[in-house]
Design a protein. Structure first.
Length: 371
């Protein structure tokens, strides 16, 4: 019998174990923190230096729940925790990285206290009286309190394949439908002929809109604007993209002798992809109708859009926040059961917010499990 058991040795599980050295960690992979090593392109953007009200604008889910979590363990607490573990930070416009720019250093810091790590894939958890029986593929363990920190189902090659949802559901929890978040987006029609072009765009679905930089890919778009918008898509849906709010009337009047492609504040390849041969016309010679067509194509271009699941870095949906106490991260249904990280029905924009969530929920769980 183990007293405290953490299922999942990823960002949340390891942060929890660093604060709760008496707990054992069960990890299904050959090693812990495989996704953590990939974060921030290997540099690990581990939090975002903002006030909580600013942070809140970057999270999606139950706002009261998220607020309570983020006030309990703030980015400052995360930075201080890593300082204690020997990591100095580097601030890039609020995005916090280790000074060494190495996610390996973050992982080593979390493993510094030498946690007890059991390698094994948890396949079932049962509540028996006042303890849990945890089955792996080839062993069984019992524990008085457990934390499920098995991640969502993004990047399953790093171990998070959604098995945690089944375990939570079996224990009585409601699981909100999952869909990809922080993903690239496939567009129909694609803008493949301008592949590689980087540009500022605004994506709109109904009244929701997201602006930022995007990179045109062969299939659609990637980059921060696409990633931050992807959680809004339920499968394939019609969206509008604004590439430019250029005033065509003013261009026709003031730059009439120029070709449209040279007058527009857009990369030429993108102008061709958006307005075709109208790009080669002299601005002064455009008819009123053609002028309107260009405005429409630049500022309200309609596409069918779908997130590219294989590129998703996070998961929207998961264990319902209605059934977790945000002050303790303990289940409101099963005493002694705790949750942290991506498995919870909260997702965030890119910029260090997802790891902030993993660490904050883990810290709250650690404190409460200790009692
Ligand atoms: C390429 C990439 C880059 C990213 N960059 C950033 C970034 O720079 N900043 C940021 O804030 N976020 C970033 N993220 C998101 C961030 O990595 C996740 O939000 C975070 O790792 C979630 O932590 P977690 O502990 O909940 O899940 P995970 O880190 O996925 O860990 C879950 C762990 O549980 C284990 N596990 C799963 N099922 C079982 C089981 N049945 N039995 C035993 N163990 C199991 C898995 O093997 C895994 O080790 C990035 C994600 C990706 C994919």
């Amino acid at each position: 019998m183990t007293d405290l058991l953490i299922i999942g040795g990823g960002a949340a599980g390891l942060y929890c174990s660093s604060l709760l050295p008496e707990a054992a960690v069960i990890e299904r992979g050959e090693s812990c923190g495989r996704k953590l090593l990939l974060t921030g392109g290997g540099r690990c953007n581990y939090t975002h230096a903002s006030s909580v009200p600013e942070l809140l604008e970057h999270y999606h889910g139950s706002l009261p729940f998220i607020r309570k979590v983020l006030y309990s363990h703030t980015p400052e607490d995360i930075i201080n925790r890593f300082r204690k573990l020997g990591i100095k930070e580097k601030d890039e416009d609020g995005k916090i990285f280790p000074e060494t720019e190495s996610s390996h250093d973050i992982l080593s810091a979390l493993l510094k206290h030498n946690p007890k790590i059991i390698l094994g894939k948890v396949v079932d958890v049962e509540r028996r009286g006042d303890y849990f029986q945890i089955k792996t593929e080839d062993s069984e363990y019992s524990a008085r309190k457990i934390l499920i920190a098995t991640g969502g189902n993004a990047y399953p090659q790093t171990g998070s394949d959604g098995l945690g949802y089944h375990i939570a559901r079996k224990l009585g929890h409601s699981i909100k439908p999952q869909h990809p978040a922080l993903a690239a987006i496939a567009l129909t029609p694609s803008l493949g002929e301008s592949e590689g072009v980087s540009t500022y765009i605004t994506l709109k679905k109904g009244r929701k809109c997201v602006s930022g930089m995007a990179v045109i890919t062969r299939k659609g778009i990637s980059g921060p604007a696409a990633e931050n918008f992807s959680h809004l898509l339920n499968g394939k849906e019609e969206i509008e993209i604004s590439f430019s709010d250029a005033d065509m009337k003013a261009i026709r009047r003031d730059q009439g002798s120029m070709l449209v492609k040279n007058a527009l504040p857009l990369p030429v390849r993108l102008s061709y992809a958006l307005i075709g041969e109208l790009a080669d016309r002299k601005a002064a010679n455009l008819s009123k109708k053609e002028e309107n067509t260009i405005t429409e194509c630049l500022s309200r271009h309609k596409f069918m859009a779908a997130p590219i699941a294989s590129s998703a870095m996070s998961t929207a949906g998961g264990v319902s926040t209605d059934e977790i106490n945000p002050a303790t991260m303990e289940s409101r249904i099963v005493p002694g059961l705790y949750f942290a990280g991506d498995i919870i029905d909260v997702d965030a924009d890119c910029g260090g917010y997802s790891l902030t969530w993993a660490f904050a929920t883990a810290a709250i769980a650690a404190k409460s499990m200790k009692q």
